[in-house]
Design a protein around this ligand. Sequence first.
Ligand code: EPU
Length: 455
Amino acid sequence: MGPGDAGDPAVNDVDVIRVHGQARLAGTVHVVGAKNSALKLMAAALLAPGRSVITNVPRITDIAIMGEVLRRLGCGVRFTADDPVDPMVAHGGVERSRSVVIDVPECPGAEADYDLVRRLRASICVLGPLLARRGYVRVAHPGGDAIGSRGLDMHIAGLARMGAEISGEHGFVIAEAPHGLHGAEIVLDFPSVGATENLVMAAVLARGTTTIDNAAREPEIVDICTMLNRMGARIEGAGSSTLHIVGVPALHPVRHATVGDRIVAGTWAFAAAMTRGDVTVTGVEPAFLEVALDKLVSAGGLVETRGNAFRVRMDDRPAAVDVVTLPFPGFATDLLPMAIGLAAVSAGASLITENIFDGRFMFANEMMRLGADIRTDGHHALVCGRDRLSGAPVRATDIRAGAGLIIAGLCADGITEVSHVHHVDRGYPDFVADLRALGVTVERGTVPEEPALEI
Ligand code: EPU
């Protein structure tokens, strides 16, 4: 387990989800706000003193940790009932989303310690806003995690171009700009989501104009830019590769609704296809998943889109399709475990190529325990589809691998027990209830962690 993970529970029990195989998913599932947007929107609130409210925030562990990060920076953070969702899609009264009320002081703290950054790698996104507000910030270096090494060089180089002095000391990144940041022309080596977000949050309060070329184009980037513009920022080009940001002296607090979670929506889309089911997903713009949904059509699925919803139906065994992950609008790396799961039960061989994280295939060994035929070589995996997988105990190594193993278990003979599902809780609000609502027989429980052997 790496420093980006939420951490195993202190007790010697681990959480498990047991799914009964040969399932067929059918019904409607509603997707709430995106984890990877809400976390950054909460950080963006730091840019304006006063009360900001972010709605449609998913009820997941990572959001609770981000709340704690903000509290330790001196903010008041309260989670309240969310705006009501359409009763047609509410699940038996279970709240999947919350609103978060953030009271930001005039002078927030400037340090995020290792304990918090270890539990939530995304807490590095306070770097940009705190540097902009305070002129000084000290954040523990997040290191890598279970999907591979995850650098900070583009965050650091971009902030340096804006006039920050950056140093490293005792595992911390320290950024200083005592006379404030200034606008700069920045070209990213790669359209990094995190670097784009940190640099935008720094640039909105900098003196002069910042241009970010080769910026990330993910819907979550558009979401944060929309919120910042509503706070008084002047950002143009969100959703394109070039962002122009004219710095302003101050921002004001805002109320903002988080964009729907395309990765959770994509997980259900793949689960529907793999189980030859029929699932309608509401709460997310289907265009965010265009490439993924096209893959399901190539695999033989029927996909209908309407407004903020789509339906995936698969009547026969899926046909093998090749998948290449790329920054948005390409196929999302966070859906890679689902693409491998689909390939594992499809007719034929699929070549799956991962271009974003070097360790993303680490979970393939767990998928092989279910009988999947996977050979990996560098950033490629050749997957030969099998008629049926075979239920087994497996271990979740990160959020998406965990979700991928659970939905692969739905296609297996017998029972699949996925352990360490606290990873899944980091990204999927009440996954078990959604599975049940779609017709799956599933239980959640705990099993004892294997004791360490003495020598
Ligand atoms: N990279 C560098 N240097 C940098 C920044 C990034 O080398 O300065 C590399 C990374 O090591 C990685 C690649 O660039 O190999 C992409 O990193 P990026 O910065 O785009 O990703 P991130 O911001 O760390 C976010 C999501 C991930 C998602 C990726 C890609 C959050 C909290 N995380 O990570 O989500 O996979 O973008 O879309 O927004 C997840 O939700 O399970 C998850 C891992």
